[in-house]
Ligand binder design. Structure first.
Ligand code: ADP
Length: 299
């Protein structure tokens, strides 16, 4: 029953003749869902970037893929859902910016180079030393607000940078975005990373979200002087795992010290060094991701 109506509530407020007079909590929930649905309907492709463990370069991959998509003329947004370790703002040169309200009550994303729209908890924190000590429901609420209250507008791609592992945030995002196009799984070639990447694959399969593919980051180092490739952390693990678990392999990204330097300085590695092997690897991953999405979307 609703609180002020006598007829049975079927939670379909859109078709309920008593909706105007109803003040049941379920109506609020319904309206929230509708708002989120409308917001997400304006975003053509939603892609989550996940990894089994931290430090494999997941945020680096997210930031560079965002630039690569935007360089190809796409409208791109990045949702930094790594609430405890947000680093997308720094990597995209947006450190110190804040989220501001719009006259119609929405939150405006911070807009970076090439028009990339970014939302991150980092824009709400007063200092870098301040840790976010939150439990699951609060994190879910923030992610929900970022998805439904940010003025994303029309986008071709929304990239969601998730914290490592298979905890609250990845689950929240997958629940809130039921039409997620798929996940990109980032790993590095060490055996330690290889063993945890399988968990990410199983996670995606269990919750039924398509796996766009595995990316092996920090896959060898090409000497800028002699051109010889040195496999600092071994190589080929990502490819092997992809084959053994029958999921697509999207490519290997070599180590390039400029990736790290540019991220630290908030510069765009891709725009600064478009012909380096690491930059070419990012572009190839964008091409393969687009091919995957084209196959998935009925024409
Ligand atoms: P994660 O998000 O998985 O925790 P980050 O993206 O923060 O990892 O990357 C960890 C560190 O490794 C950062 O300092 C980043 O600049 C560096 N890094 C990541 N990928 C590369 C690469 N291909 N070449 C050089 N440095 C890299």
């Amino acid at each position: 029953m609703t609180s002020n109506n006598t007829k049975e509530c079927n939670e379909e407020c859109g078709s309920c003749t008593s909706a105007n007079q109803c003040n049941d909590a379920k109506k609020e929930e319904y309206l929230k869902k509708q708002k989120l649905k409308l917001k997400l309907s304006k975003i053509k492709h939603k892609i989550a970037i996940i990894s089994g463990k931290g430090g494999v370069g997941k945020s680096t991959v997210t930031a560079n893929l965002a630039i690569a998509f935007a360089m190809q003329g796409n409208r791109v947004g990045v949702l930094d859902a790594d609430i405890h370790g947000p680093c997308i703002p720094k990597m995209l040169g947006l450190k110190g910016q804040t989220l501001k309200g719009s006259p119609d009550g929405e939150l405006l994303p911070v807009i970076g180079r090439l028009g990339i729209k970014v939302a991150s908890i980092d824009f709400l924190l007063q200092s870098d030393e301040m840790p976010v000590i939150w439990r699951g429901p609060l994190k879910m609420r923030l992610i929900e607000q970022f998805l439904s209250d940010i003025a994303w507008g029309e986008l071709d791609y929304l990239l969601v940078d998730l914290p490592p592992g298979t905890g609250d945030e990845p689950l929240s995002v997958m629940q809130l975005v039921p039409d997620m196009d798929g996940v990109l799984i980032v790993t590095m070639p060490s055996e330690v990373s290889e063993s945890v990447v399988k968990k990410s694959v199983t996670f995606a399969k269990q919750i039924g979200v398509p796996i766009i593919g595995i990316i092996e980051n920090m896959s060898g180092f090409v000497c800028p002087d002699c051109g010889k490739k040195v496999d600092i952390f071994k190589s080929g693990g990502g490819h092997r795992i992809a084959q053994s678990l029958s999921v697509p392999y999207l490519g290997s990204i070599p180590i390039d010290p400029k990736v790290c330097d540019n991220a630290d300085e908030g510069l765009s590695f891709l725009s600064e060094n478009p012909t380096l092997p690491t930059a070419v690897a990012f572009i190839e991953i964008v091409t393969r991701t687009k091919q995957f999405l084209t196959k998935q979307t009925p024409q």
